[in-house]
Design a protein around this ligand. Sequence first.
Ligand code: AMP
Ligand code: GLY
Length: 415
Amino acid sequence: MNILVIGSGGREHAIVWKLSKSSKMKKIYCIPGSGAISKIAECVNINILDFEKISDFVLKNNIDLTIVGPELPLSEGIVDYFENKKLKVFGPDKRAAQLESSKVFAKTFMKKYNIPTASFEIFDNFEKALKYVSLNPAVVIKADGLAAGKGVFVCDNIEECEDALKKIMVEKTFGEAGKKVVIEEKLSGAEASLLAFCDGKTIVPLIPAQDHKRINDYDKGPNTGGMGAFAPVNIVNKKDSDEIFNCFLGGISKEKLNYKGIIYVGVMLSKKGPMVLEFNVRFGDPETQAILPLLKTDLADLFYATVNSELNKHKIEWHQGYCVSVVLSSGGYPEKYETGKEIFGLGDIKDAVVFHAGTKYENNKFLTAGGRVLNVSSIDTTLKDAIEKVYNNVRKIKFEGMHYRKDIAIKGLSQ
Ligand code: AMP
Ligand code: GLY
């Protein structure tokens, strides 16, 4: 079996790494991949939005299935393009991908299908939005479209609301993505990432994970793409998560959404119970780097079952224990940072796996090449031991300006 994975980050490295353990794999390709991924897959430098070139490559190389990592090609319609050419592809089509690419679409869907979520209003006019928040400025303001995780503003007072609305609707920082905003009731509580395989008829959940979005320990500082994750986390009970997934499945079936991929449900455990904050239509990053190391079932089988609508015949098996994944980032991230710093110590890693999020391989050396640079993941029987193990390995790695949170998964010890 030949599989192509699209993407180049730590998430795609983890997917390729897991696939490389499957006895069913003949060849794994990755577009564009990375220096680290090229050690286990053939990487080909094609623009991930050039669907014609990618599909030509797929046909020429007898690739049986394409797995799409990031949201952008999905929201731009890669699945529609591939399915028109009768090529097998893992991910939702463009209409279904609006569950991530439009907050207005997602919230409207949640409301229609009784998925618990914060109450909300939609605005396309700055003055009207400002007038609305002046009544209660403790709200969350979200740009409608994709904004690389930067389009959500949690506000406490009218100044913060006005700043957020100006940024989105007047300065148009996120372009078309800010034509509309969703203004939500502000909730509080612990968050969890509930991921599941979905073939349109059956949902098979993965173990729940928890991300750590802020740059500094104890959730201080600005939001990032995620500074670490652990799994499993048990803050949402199975009955509640099953109910959310069932409502989701009912919704996509009623709306006739073509959904064969991963659905990621971001949940906050508020006083009123679990509330859905967002959908993502793909694997989470860095959650995947904490989930896949615990997966016992063959990942290639699960991908095939999803695209062939046979998930009802599958159960997922997991290794016992916990996985903790810590992100090592460049100094300055999520603001400005430097790249090109040599990474030392990768050869000393013993009982962890290192997924590369932003590195390049040059002259037999790995250099930093992004904000998030590496994910170090370790498994152990108890969460406490997994934390100890992962940090013992993190401390072996060094590069100039290296930053990491020292409290990944600590909250899990008391959950
Ligand atoms: P989203 O992209 O919609 O998941 O929002 C990004 C982050 O903003 C979430 O992970 C939460 O930490 C926070 N957030 C989003 N919506 C709310 C809400 N209604 N109340 C409180 N915090 C929120
Ligand atoms: N971990 C957050 C995301 O993947 O969007």
